[in-house]
Design a protein around this ligand. Structure first.
Ligand code: CTP
Length: 400
């Protein structure tokens, strides 16, 4: 079922950043409703939030045009999570003292779901002991604070008070909505992204992998309470908060990192698109146009997944991916057996909504004795499904 997120926008210059947040959360398949203080409407129009969220944006506690006369209670009951973003010093002070003098503060008090606050204000207001005391009170009340950043502020001061990065707020929201303890005490090792195989100091051979699927699995594992190590090729996406990151470039570097890390992992997932071959030599100097031999000599890279499958410990669970453009199930089954995996995710790159750069995937899920074709889902949802299946496999192994 879709989760409901209630965003409370209050009157600071960072209010416009809440537009990006709402737009981005909508793409995550969440239901979003927005409420605003009157001061926030001085900065951004409720119409913008209404358009982006697809729901009326409420401002007035006593709105006579609203069919629902007690909308603050309906909103509070509807929410699975309430987030104040940006939260001014004034609204922070109100919500930690139970003051209810407008729709946002009243609804916030009425909410019985988890509560989050992303403060944004001038550095001197932030550092003022009154605000610091209010923040401490908010933590005592189990409101999660998304810390502001240090930076250049709208008032030309520099210091702490800048609204946290929208992506970090989004990640905190998703984490709070999905968090459970299913993988407590488990260590999950994931590889992601492409590898780059150098020809000389300026050129390399690589592929189109964005790393999105591997990173989504890492986020899902963190949300399920696991300790996560992510071995990543070069990508342009932010590292999941809380994951131990190991950045590599070539397949050989990835191999070394995976071999070492696999010793302490319970679940190992090879989501990386590893180059099968590398140039037989890396030139120390840039290869000149005139000198270049037109034929590239290539040598095979180690098959990391096959090595992991071969050296798998008794209760370790190993998952691989198969990137195919035809005969998906046949090739995927062959790879599952050849590389001694417990689970293999077959991915047809030619199907719309699947593959490298998208946020969704359409895959087959193969175990030793079964194959399941999953409908289109987000890479996050697939991450959860993979980890749940690995947990089932581990439990089956322990019974034997
Ligand atoms: N893989 C690996 N090391 C390699 C190549 C692939 O660990 N040198 C892993 C991938 O991370 C993936 C799985 O093996 O989990 C299958 O990768 P894929 O590219 O689909 O298959 P290949 O084994 O490379 O075979 P082919 O390219 O012939 O389809």
């Amino acid at each position: 079922m879709k989760k409901n997120v209630l965003i409370g926008v209050t009157g600071g210059i960072a209010a416009y950043k809440a537009l990006d947040l709402v737009s981005s959360l909508k793409k995550k398949d969440l239901q979003i409703k927005v409420m605003m203080t009157k001061n926030a409407c001085e900065f951004v129009s409720p119409l913008s939030f209404r358009t982006l969220s697809g729901h009326p944006c409420e401002v007035d506690l006593f709105d006579k045009t609203n069919e629902d006369p007690i909308s603050h209670i309906s909103l509070a009951k509807w929410a699975d999570l309430v987030v104040l973003v940006p939260c001014t010093a004034n609204v922070l002070a109100k919500v930690v003292h139970g003051i209810c003098d407008d729709l946002v503060s009243t609804t916030f008090l009425a909410c019985h779901c988890p509560k989050m606050i992303a403060p944004a204000m001038n550095v001197h207001m932030y550092e003022n002991p009154v605000t610091q005391r209010n923040l401490a009170l908010a933590k005592d009340l189990s409101y999660q604070i998304i810390e502001p950043e240090v930076g250049h502020l709208a008032c030309n001061d520099t210091g702490k008070g800048k609204l946290a990065n929208v992506k970090d707020i989004e990640e905190a929201i998703l984490h709070s909505l999905c968090h459970n303890d299913q993988l407590n005490h488990k260590h999950v090792l994931i590889s992601a992204g492409p590898t780059q195989e150098a020809l000389d100091p300026v050129r390399f051979i690589s592929n189109h992998s964005s790393g999105k699927q591997g990173y989504a699995i890492a986020r899902a594992a963190l949300n399920m309470g696991a300790k996560v190590t992510l071995v990543s090729g070069p990508v342009n996406i932010p590292a999941p908060k809380g994951a131990a990151m190991i950045f590599v470039q070539s397949a050989e570097e990835m191999f070394e990192a995976m071999k070492e890390q696999s010793l302490k992992a319970d679940y190992i997932i090879m989501a990386a698109a590893v180059a099968d071959y590398r140039p037989s030599q890396k030139a120390a100097e840039k290869i000149k146009k005139s000198a270049a031999d037109k034929t590239l000599q290539m040598i095979p890279n180690p098959d990391i997944l096959a090595w992991i499958g071969q050296h798998k410990k008794e209760n370790q669970v190993v998952c691989g991916f198969a990137m195919e453009t035809s005969d998906l199930d046949k090739h995927a089954k062959e790879k599952l057996e050849k590389k001694n995996c417990d689970l293999l995710i077959g991915n047809n790159l030619t199907v719309e909504g699947a593959g490298f750069k998208t946020d969704t995937n359409i895959v087959s899920l193969l175990k030793k004795d079964s194959i399941e074709h999953l409908p289109k889902c987000t890479k996050e949802e697939l991450g959860i499904r993979i980890l749940e299946t690995m947990k089932e496999i581990e439990e089956e192994k322990k019974k034997c």
